[in-house]
Write a protein that binds this ligand. Structure first.
Ligand code: COA
Length: 259
């Protein structure tokens, strides 16, 4: 596959997607979203990929949408760019496997928005996150004003969005944006260990849990509970449910097969 702005690889059950515009702190231009749009369906379809990790380099996960590309844009350009970002981010958020953003350095604007589409965010202690778009005379255009207040409390989200403040890893963990902060040199090791824990879980249950939570966030509690019920009952048709419960009764560790 001809990829220039991201690097995609597969390693021991993990699909790695690395942003690769180091000269521009991995700023997200339309080509990046186009390439992301190509690899996400591959991650969804390939049964050997159990967990997907998005990452950047030491200095930046991604420092936002490409300002050079937007600076002289008109309304039509803005719609085109945000349409691409929204469609690709929806695909990422809906990917029926666990996704992790491994953040080192800056995760700003569109970079944070992509990370917010992942199930987990693990960051190095040098991470800085924010939605600074207001300082450019705009607002987030890839889901930031919607996903952030759904993730953390409204007043912290409002502070980040209205003041455009960039916050350090420790605070981002405290207010619930990050799952975990680790030392910069341990980021890859820690993220892999987290992914391996996920890979030991029953794959169909992971899928069902993710769909239940994601769909449930967009519906009423009553409908969400019925979505959960269908997925819960469906899991009684899997071998992993039989294995999980048999292992409990036999007082041994379950060996899940993802079936
Ligand atoms: N779009 C386009 N280029 C960007 C970029 C972005 N979002 N973020 C960084 N870059 C480019 C810089 O222009 C610079 O390019 P140059 O070397 O050709 O001049 C290069 O990446 C390095 O960035 P620089 O600003 O020199 O690094 P820094 O360490 O001094 O500052 C930031 C880092 C992240 C604080 C600063 O780059 C920044 O504020 N970026 C924009 C963040 C933003 O507003 N994102 C939301 C966009 S909607």
């Amino acid at each position: 596959m001809d990829l220039k702005n991201i690097i995609f690889s597969k390693e021991e059950g993990i699909g790695w997607i690395r942003f690769n515009r180091p000269d521009k702190l991995n700023a997200l231009n339309p080509e990046v979203f186009f390439e992301l749009g190509k690899v996400i369906p591959i991650c969804a379809a390939d049964d050997d990929i159990r967990v997907v990790i998005l990452t950047g380099n030491e200095k930046a996960f991604a420092a936002g949408a490409d300002i050079d590309h937007m600076a002289n844009g008109d309304i039509k350009t803005a719609f085109k760019l945000s349409d691409e970002a929204i469609v690709v981010q929806e695909r990422l958020a809906d990917l029926p496997k666990p996704t992790i953003a491994a953040i080192s350095g800056y995760a700003l604007g569109g970079g944070l928005e992509v990370a917010l589409c992942c199930d987990f965010r693990i960051a190095a202690d040098n991470a800085v996150v924010g939605l600074p778009e207001i300082n450019l005379g705009i607002i987030p255009g890839g889901g930031g004003t919607q996903r952030l207040p759904r993730l953390i409390n409204y007043c912290n989200a409002a502070e980040m969005i209205m003041l455009g403040s960039m916050i350090k890893a420790e605070k981002a963990e405290r207010i619930g944006i990050l799952n975990k902060v680790v030392s910069a040199q341990d980021l890859e090791k820690e993220v892999k260990a987290f992914a391996q824990k996920l890979m030991r879980q029953p794959a169909m249950s992971l899928r069902a849990a993710k769909i239940a939570m994601r769909k449930g966030l967009n519906t009423s509690l009553k409908d969400g509970i019925r979505i959960e019920q269908d997925l819960f009952c469906m899991l009684f048709g899997t071998q992993d449910q039989k294995e999980g419960m048999a292992a409990f009764i036999e007082k041994r560790k379950p060996q899940f097969q993802g079936k």
